[in-house]
Design a protein around this ligand. Structure first.
Ligand code: ZN
Length: 201
């Protein structure tokens, strides 16, 4: 721990910034200094935006998304295809899919993936709510957009089992060669999944 070079208020700011993902202690210092130098232009609006967001943030009771209204912006958007529910582990995944304009459906955020080793069971995730949504008459397809990890795939299998009697098509993301990817650089698991899931040219 280096000696403090500023008063406790500034040190506290640095310590809090250092807890943000992607920021270590050094970049936290740089960020704090930048904020301090741009007090009027950046620090004041940021402080106010943080406070406003803090006061208004809610979790959507329908899909689990984070927003400032419940139902969330995605759930009330009537231009979306209500026959498709995209199942994701985390809000970050929802935001990533939205950035990619990948699908124009609704979402369901599970709040994690099943992980027996970490003691995460079905009751810890929003699985019951998903099953009841999947039985809605308007729902035709559930896209399991879960990580290609053991936990992600365990969760996908579990949900598929639960829904095998529901009148809904359950699909999952393709596993394969990334766009712009070179075969030589891929790991064996990705290559073998890509071969198994080859499609007609
Ligand atoms: Zn929602």
């Amino acid at each position: 721990m280096p000696a403090a070079v500023a008063g406790p208020e500034i040190e506290r700011l640095i310590q809090l910034l250092a807890r943000l993902p992607g920021l270590g202690p050094r970049s936290a210092r740089r960020a704090a200094l930048h904020l301090i130098k741009k007090r009027e232009l950046l620090m004041a609006p940021l402080a106010s935006a943080l406070q406003t967001a803090m006061d208004k943030i809610v979790i959507c009771k329908t899909c689990g998304n984070i927003d400032t209204q419940d139902p969330c912006t995605v759930c009330i958007d009537t231009r979306r295809d209500e026959s498709i529910i995209v199942v994701v582990a985390d809000v970050a995944d929802l935001w990533a899919l939205e950035r990619a304009h990948a699908v124009n459906g609704r979402y369901h955020v599970l709040g994690g993936t099943l992980s027996p080793l970490d003691g995460v069971g079905p009751q810890d995730l929003s699985i019951d709510a998903l099953v009841s949504r999947a039985h809605g008459p308007e729902v035709k397809e559930l896209i399991l957009a879960l990580n290609a990890t053991v936990d992600g795939q365990t969760t996908a299998h579990y949900i598929t089992e639960l829904l095998h009697e529901a009148n809904v098509k359950v699909t999952r993301l393709a596993h394969g060669v990334p766009v712009g990817g070179e075969l030589d650089y891929l790991d064996e698991g990705t290559l073998s999944a890509a071969i198994k899931q080859r499609t007609l040219f």
